[in-house]
Write a protein of this length. Structure first.
Length: 404
């Protein structure tokens, strides 16, 4: 623990010693000050087809809908009566009203009113696993992949789900892509994709770029009905790099089109059209989200300038030919109008990270300590209010520890 941390903590203890307890208030008298619109980590965001609306969801059983380009949000908690500990990892909408949430324990929720009310159509029965992706192959039939290797199937537009007859040896399934009428591709662990040319009746396991050691897929998406892009990481821990892989024959053969790029731990492919795409990757180096851009269908890529603090990027969605919405840790929401080079916050937070504790000297003056991880160290800035907690200002006093 360094000296600056001790000073901040000591000052806070002095404030605490003279603080008077706050008068008790009823629940109805509370006003949310920070953060706005909410504080739960958001894992997924997508646009709602046929509307100008978007929906985001994540931890703490949280669902949010915006109709004005992320300026304001309607926040719904505990969809389908799920507990506060419920986590949502993915969102899939098939029209302006009907959508699905991919949740913890391999559960699936369905809405028919644009995300405002939900029903549990597949109960969660598998601990430490969740639905990774949902893909509709017709109006009634869809498949859902799970992180523990299961594939679920519905034949009634998602009203009920059952374990599919399809069986894979992998214990970790990812994206499920539909290429045309009959071709399916599923990403998996151990640098494997499964390819089917007859609507899932038969599958071929394809080892992707076997020359790359410890290849691990981060995201997969289709450019068109024959071309697929994968973002991945490869190498050992001490010499890890990002790679971009491309297949033009439904996933049977792969070419590494980008190698030795910045190491990352998560990645997101965002498609604008058949030629234009970007890949945003969260990198430990500089704690920044970096971007790669292609203008020729994934054949060549160039690194984009700019970036976003990696904790602020958990998932993104394309809004227009140049606009992106991004969500992330602690309710972070950002908008970019230039393909991710610059970002505008669409949420408000007085404090970085978590508020550790707060105490008031009188009815107006109070202090609080926040805590957040930045640059490999834990920072603990001290904030002060002089208007009863409505606004808070950084005092200039901050400490760091080497404990991470």
């Amino acid at each position: 623990m360094n000296k600056s941390f001790c000073i901040s903590l000591s000052l806070f203890c002095i404030v605490y010693a003279f603080a008077e307890p706050l008068q008790s208030q009823t629940t109805s008298s509370w006003q949310r000050i920070s953060p706005l619109p909410q504080e739960q980590t958001l894992n997924a965001v997508t646009t709602i087809p046929g509307t100008n609306s978007m929906i985001a969801a994540g931890q703490g059983s949280t669902v949010m809908v915006s109709h004005d380009n992320a300026e304001t949000w309607d926040v719904m908690l505990n969809p389908a009566g799920m507990s506060n500990g419920y986590k949502i990892y993915g969102i899939h909408f098939i029209d302006s009203n009907t959508g699905f949430l991919c949740g913890s324990n391999e559960s699936i929720l369905k809405t028919t009113d644009g995300g405002y009310t939900w029903n549990e159509v597949k109960s969660g029965a598998v601990s430490n696993s969740y639905i990774r992706d949902i893909a509709f192959v017709s109006d009634n039939k869809a498949f859902g992949t799970a992180s523990e290797g299961h594939i679920y199937e519905t034949n009634d537009s998602g009203d009920s789900w059952s374990l599919s007859d399809m069986s894979f040896t992998s214990e970790h399934l990812g994206k499920f892509l539909v290429l045309g009428d009959q071709n399916y591709v599923v990403s998996a662990k151990n640098q494997t994709v499964y390819v089917s040319e007859n609507e899932g009746e038969d599958w071929v396991a394809v080892e992707v770029c076997p020359e790359l050691e410890n290849l691990d897929f981060l995201d997969m998406d289709k450019i068109n009905d024959s071309t697929i892009i994968i973002s991945a990481v490869y190498g050992d821990i001490s010499n890890e790099s990002m790679a971009i892989l491309r297949s033009i024959d439904f996933g049977y053969n792969w070419e590494q089109v980008v190698s030795n790029w910045r190491s990352g731990f998560s990645s997101d492919i965002l498609l604008f059209d058949n030629l234009h795409s970007i890949i945003l990757t969260n990198s430990w180096a500089g704690c920044v989200t970096y971007g790669m851009e292609t203008l020729d269908g994934g054949l060549s890529w160039e690194e984009m300038q700019g970036g976003l603090y990696y904790r602020n990027y958990g998932d993104g969605a394309v809004l227009s030919d140049s606009s992106i919405i991004a969500v992330g840790v602690n309710g972070a929401i950002h908008f970019s109008g230039d393909l991710g080079r610059n970002w505008i916050p669409k949420y408000e937070s007085c404090f970085p990270g978590d508020v550790v504790t707060a105490h008031f000297v009188d009815d107006s003056v109070g202090y609080c300590i926040a805590e957040y991880l930045g640059g490999g160290a834990i920072s603990v800035p001290l904030y002060k209010t002089t208007d009863g907690g409505l606004t808070w200002n950084y005092t200039g006093m901050d400490g760091e520890t080497d404990d991470t």
